[in-house]
Every structure is written in structure tokens, then in C-alpha cells.
Design a binder for this molecule. Sequence first.
Ligand code: SIN
Length: 530
Amino acid sequence: MTGTIRKDVLILGAGMAGLTCALALPEELDILLVSKIPIPTGSTYLAQGGLAAALSEDDSFQLHLRDTIIAGGGLVDEEAAIDIIKSGPRLVNQLSQWGAVLEGAYGSGKGGMEGGHSIRRVLHHKDRTGRLISEVLCERCKGKKNISILQPAFAVNLLTASREMPELVENATDRCLGAHILHDGRISTVLAGETVIATGGAGKVYRYTSNQDSATGDGIAMACRAGLPIRNMEFYQFHPTCLFHPDKRNFLITEALRGEGARLLNLEGQRFMENYDPERMELAPRDVVARAIDSEMKRLGNDHVLLDATHLGREKLEESFPEVTEGVTSVGIIPWLEPIPVVPAAHYCIGGIDASTDGSTAMNGLRAIGEASCTGFHGANRLGSNSLLEAGVMGLKAADSIPDTVLKPDIFSARDWTYGRAEPLKENVLVDYAWAALRNVMWDYVSIVRSDRKLHRALRIIDVLADEIEEDYWSLIPTVELLELRNICTVSRAIVRSALRRRESRGLHYTLDCPGQKQLPRDTILKIQL
Ligand code: SIN
């Protein structure tokens, strides 16, 4: 790819949201789908549990809405939630038509169970749901003439009218013109009538995460730098059960196992959830379970707890949970004979770019969909398996509305990237140190249980690192590692600043200094101009 590229639609990210959007757009539109890692991969690919949708006869959209609201700690945007949940059946039909047929669809009674759901409604493909969806949708995209796929390619920054073509700013509303894309060692200018951010979450801001290395919040950071409002970043979801093993750090142990009766035990063998949520036990919403595990580990001075799924037996585990069974046996744990050591780890970014359910944002020509966005659907804590639902529905809804707003990019122009006096990085330790420092400070000071003291300390450290990273950004030839570091720094700052603003404990934000809930402005909206 050389020089300036012009496309009708530029989609950044090839997970559930980006792929769904690309496939649902009309074939007359010329689309560039950019993935920073070779597809199929990413958080969608790793999704084990499934996709929540109210399809069985004994379920209803009202019941799914009620469960979403309860899990969301009073902060769910009901309008967004109704819209997304009601669109679930359309998404499931569309996926089936594309070839991704999920178990539990159409009332077959095989829907999975997860925490916070009052009924079996998690559609799945054993415990490899995301893998099936990613593989099927990627293959379809590869077969479409109007979709070009650029991979591995990294979106560096958004191009905006306020910087490049001020005459296109309408009534003080900026317009996105595309992005600078790093591919094959050079940075190209991609101009697009509509740009869609579908870059996923940012688990890599924390030392321990269930996410792949690519989850560095690139889209959120880019939008932040372009002056877009970023919403509710204080709510970072920690999945209660990731494998605790030195050789397999980011391996998820699906919540669906708890849905089938797996029990959490502390290292004294006690089923401790009875002390934290005696009614819902292991199937309480994730914020409750993750906090309970954190508290037990601190109380007993242990670095993990246990998940006992031995009651399921070898046949059931191998048949219904092949991903988990293969994953844990590969490191010598036999799940039908012994409990699995687990710890909570950063899993899902609830906050993100403030967006409507069709992805529209405060900037013309820019949409944000899936985990990179925040519609308010998840409130202060996400109900398991609502994320694939939201990502897919937003992809479809964005594709419905883009043809009405897309401009032909022929009229756009933007400056090409200039390297100036930038030099190659000679001392890798500069970047490596900052990566480790950021992820450690976020884990130690800004994870499951917070306090003002820890948050203020974290912010001071992050501010120092941010200055150094900016200095490197302007003086060194950009590499993916450096650009990702800059992005996790921006996202970390947004999480800490949002956490400091929320003077209460709610959902995933728990602080020792304000332990109760308060009547506050509903959302935390940040605009950070860097
Ligand atoms: C899981 O399988 O436990 C993860 C599902 C999700 O995060 O929604």
C-alpha cells in the first residue's frame, strides 16, 4: 500500500463488530478492513462463553433487559439496552445465514448459563463460540470483492477536518477524514467517507489480562487524542476466573463452567461465595464474584483460589468444554480429577468512545462500535455474553445507517506523514521499562479495590511516564510497540481520571474511600486534550 488511498468506508479492527459491519454494508461501497494482527484473532476469537440473546420460548426481551439492568449496577442506559436486546434475534439469524450457527438458537434448549442470567440464554458453540464466529465471518469477508483486508496494519491517528480541511467543519462539529496507517514499515494516508473504530478493548493496560497482546485500546486512545468524549472508563471488568499458571497467563476459564455447577473454593477448601452472596453464589454478577475472590486471596494471603469442576466428569468436560479442557491439561491440570487454580484478570473495557447504538459519535464521519465504544448498555458492570451481542448488533446497525451519511472521499485531502528528524529507537529498555511500569501501576493501584491514595499515586506516575512517552513519540521512528505504549498510557490515564471523579462505589468501581452508592450524574464523560 503506497501513497494516499481513498475508500468509501475504512473499518479499523476485525473482531465481531468490524466483521459484521463490513459484511452487512452494501456491496456498492468500497471498504478497507484494517487488522493490526493477522485474522482471525483478537478478543472475539478468544470468546468462550457465547452470545446472549432471548430466543427460547420461556425467555423474553424484558427478562434479558431486567438481568442486564441488575448486573449493570443502576447505570444501564435503558434505551440503548432495549435497542440492542431487541435486535438480538436479527443478529442470530444473520449469523446463521452467514454460516455461524450457534447452539441454543431457536429454542433448542441448549443455551448456556452464566452469572447474572436468570435463564439459559447464552448461545454458543461448545466453549469455542468466538472462534467459530471469527473464522466464518473472516472467510466471508475474504470472499467479498468490495472488501480489501490490510493486515497486519496499525492505525496511528485519526485524520480530522479541524486539522486538515477546516472548511469541512460544520457548526463546530469536526469531521473524520480517515487515518494514518502503519503497514510494511511505512505510514500511509487513508482517506475515507466514513471511518469505523472497531478496535476492541485495552486489557493490556493491566499486568494480568485474559486478552491477547493486541488489546491496547488503540481506537479509544486515538479518539481521545482527537478530542472525542470518552465515557465511563472507570469501569474495567475483571473476569473472576483466569487460569493461574506461570506458563499460560492469559487463559480464560469460561463462566459457563460455573453455569454448569463448578464451585469456587479458597485454599482452605471452603466454598467462600456463601459469605459474599449466599443466594446467587458462584453465579452472582462478575463484579461481586471478582471482589469476593480478591478479598479471600487477601484474607488468607494466597495468590489464587480454586475452581472445582470435577463433578462434571471427563466426558462432559471434553465434549462441552474442549477449549478449557485442552488448555488446562496442556499444563498438567486434569480438570475431572482436581480443581483448577484461578485468579481474576482484566477482561473487558466497559467504557469507551461515547456512541449511539449505530456507532455514531460526536464527530461526523466517525463511528465507534463494539468494545471500543460505550453506549451505556453495560452500565457499571457487564452481564456475561452481552458483549458479542452488542458488538454484532452495533455492526449491523452501523451498516444500516452508513449509506445515508457516507460522503465520497474524493473531496478529502490530508497531509502525508512526515518523519522529520525522527531516529530509530536504539535503547529498547526505554520502551520496555515504560510498558512494565504502566501495567504494574495499573494492576497494583487501579484494579479491583481502589482508594484515593492509590489513584492519586497512580496518576502522578502515569503523568511522568506520559511525558517521556510523548518525547519518544516525537523523536523516534514509530514502531507498533511504541505506538501501543502511547495508547495504553492514554487509556490508563483516562481510567484513573474517571475513577477519581466517581465519588462512590458502583459496579466495577469499588473504592475504600467512598464505599456506598450515591445519587450522582449517571455517566463519567471525559474529554482529554493531549
Ligand atoms: C466467559 O466465557 O466466561 C466469557 C464470556 C464473556 O466475557 O462475556
